[in-house]
Design a protein around this ligand. Structure first.
Ligand code: ARG
Length: 389
């Protein structure tokens, strides 16, 4: 019998996929990736088995996700189209890596996922799988099967005793991990509507957030966050704490009409409190320690880096080459940024670094000024010379 490894979430789609793949003649092994989505993984494992999985692997991948995916994206200042910190997109290559690994271990000939044929995630999972082992067959039940609606899937599940939670009405499609949550579908598809408050999971509404500000110091070493308010934390704890705190102050929401790789524009809302706090602090620190040429050049790299993540090219030669560049830029990104969180805004109020290139004696308008203003005249003459008529 052919064996297949399915990336399993515990939801309706992938639960039906277990049975459906079985009907296509596969023995189904499920893989559940814990990327910090805060679910009852024992219950999900049980559900997979009840739906017909012959074996279930559950792996806590959070540490690996943070160290090898989130942190590089933070160093790179990777943000897609100005408001998406790429939580979902960053998780996919890691999930694919383990699909391939488990397929090898189980001597399976195929892998499967529960993505639709309209999104970016199918691309990310399949491109990564093919990069890591092009011989593996890839099956995407949702692109092939006969069900035309969620109701038909529910009927199928009930008819085959696939355990599902039909009582829970599901107004949105949600993907969550430790770096943030992506929320789409339902009323969000109507661009003229403000997202309803009940769509948000991690953040308080800025309108109802605490009415006094919170000050917070983040210390970075070579571009990596190490301390909050002077106390050292493991990255996982640090991110969890910032999600919690940022959420209370209404930090981290965004509402985007974005360009999908498959050519569709779609509306999605995001919540990423820790990501917003850390990206803000990191950017502020860079503005202190990177010289103009490097800073401006890096902006272009950041855009490219975000695009590579979004478009599923994490394991590409260009991505490795950009990492080498970015790591050099981070050598001096060490220092402390104090932020003020208040009703959805997150701004720097104090900046410190031993590598700071800011020289008060040059920028001051006070009497300590050491900048020789007489030199400016000649500089301007030569600078503008090529353009004179
Ligand atoms: N638009 C985001 C991306 O392409 C998230 C996709 C998944 N979103 C979801 N709600 N299931 O990365």
């Amino acid at each position: 019998m052919k064996k297949i490894v399915l990336a399993y979430s515990g939801g309706l789609d992938t639960s039906c996929a277990i049975k459906w793949l079985g009907d296509q003649g596969y023995e189904v092994v499920c893989f559940i990736a814990d990327l910090g989505q805060k679910e009852d993984f024992d219950a999900i494992e049980e559900r997979a088995k009840a739906a017909g999985a012959v074996k279930v692997y559950t792996k806590d991948l959070q540490e690996e996700f943070i160290e090898y995916f989130i942190i590089p994206s933070l160093k790179a200042s990777a943000v897609y189209e100005g408001g998406y910190f790429l939580a979902t997109a960053l998780g996919r290559p890691l999930i694919a890596k383990y699909l391939v690994e488990i397929a090898h271990k189980e001597k399976a000939s195929a892998v499967a996922h529960g993505c639709t044929g309209k999104g970016n995630d199918q691309v990310r999972l399949e491109v990564t799988t093919a990069i890591l082992d092009s011989k593996l067959e890839i099956v995407a039940p949702l692109r092939q099967w006969e069900f035309k609606s969620r109701d038909e899937e529910i009927e199928y599940a009930l008819a085959h005793n696939i355990p599902i939670d039909v009582t829970k009405k599901k107004p949105y499609s949600i993907d969550r991990n430790i770096w943030g949550v992506s929320i789409e579908a339902g009323v969000l598809e109507d661009l003229e509507r403000e997202p309803p408050e009940d769509a948000y999971l991690m953040t308080k509404s800025p309108t109802h957030a605490t009415t006094y500000p919170k000050y917070l110091e983040v210390y970075f070493e070579k571009g990596i966050p190490k301390k909050i308010d002077g106390r050292a934390y493991k990255l996982r704890t640090l991110i969890e704490q910032l999600n919690e705190l940022g959420g209370l102050y209404g930090i981290g929401r965004s509402d985007l009409v974005e360009n999908r790789l498959v050519g569709i524009k779609s509306r999605e809302i995001y919540e990423a409190p820790a990501a917003v706090i850390l990206h803000t602090a990191h950017r502020e620190l860079e503005s202190l320690v990177l010289d103009r040429e490097l800073a401006h050049f890096k902006q272009g790299i950041s855009l490219k880096y975000a695009e590579l993540i979004y478009n599923g090219l994490w394991y590409s030669p260009l991505k490795s080459a950009l990492d080498a560049f970015i790591n050099i830029t981070q050598k001096r990104v060490t220092g402390t940024i104090k932020l003020k969180l208040f009703k959805g805004s997150c701004v720097a109020v104090s900046r410190q670094s031993a590598y700071s290139l800011y020289k008060k004696e040059l920028s001051t308008y006070g009497k300590e000024d050491e900048f020789d203003q007489r030199l400016a005249q000649g500089f301007i003459k030569i600078w503008g010379m090529p353009y004179q008529r």
